[in-house]
Design a protein around this ligand. Sequence first.
Ligand SMILES: [Zn+2]
Length: 153
Amino acid sequence: MIVKKYKNLQLDFDRQIVEQMAKIAIHHYPNEYGGFLLGYYSNDFTRLHIKGFLLVDKYVSSPVAFRRELNIKIHNFEKIFQETGLYYIGEWHSHPNASAWYSLTDLQAMNNIVSCNTVQLHNPVLLILSISSNKLLDFNFFVFDEDRLVVYE
Ligand SMILES: [Zn+2]
């Protein structure tokens, strides 16, 4: 298990989950691809456990952009929570042949998620995977906090 920190917040995940996402993203190379992150918080909300991910089927993508349909179907997440105990906690997508750092568009997308009043998610996580045509090069987890994206170290 890998643990990363930002201020008093911790995030943990198995590298295997990241590798699985990368494998799927590589299938979509050279276009970007991504989806949702699932997980749960500790009782005091200081630790986030990332436990799974979902793919999206409605999206627009190119080598430099990935935009899913913005209308999140809340009922699906309720069902997922009932079945697995996992919540929608953020987003992930690939950056083919580019850095694992967020773009201005990515920042705006996270801002939209927080502003969206159907989603009660104040500090969504963003995972960016830097990939080549055949492997995962790098990745970063960011948390949206006070209108900024900050990286978990
Ligand atoms: Zn991006």
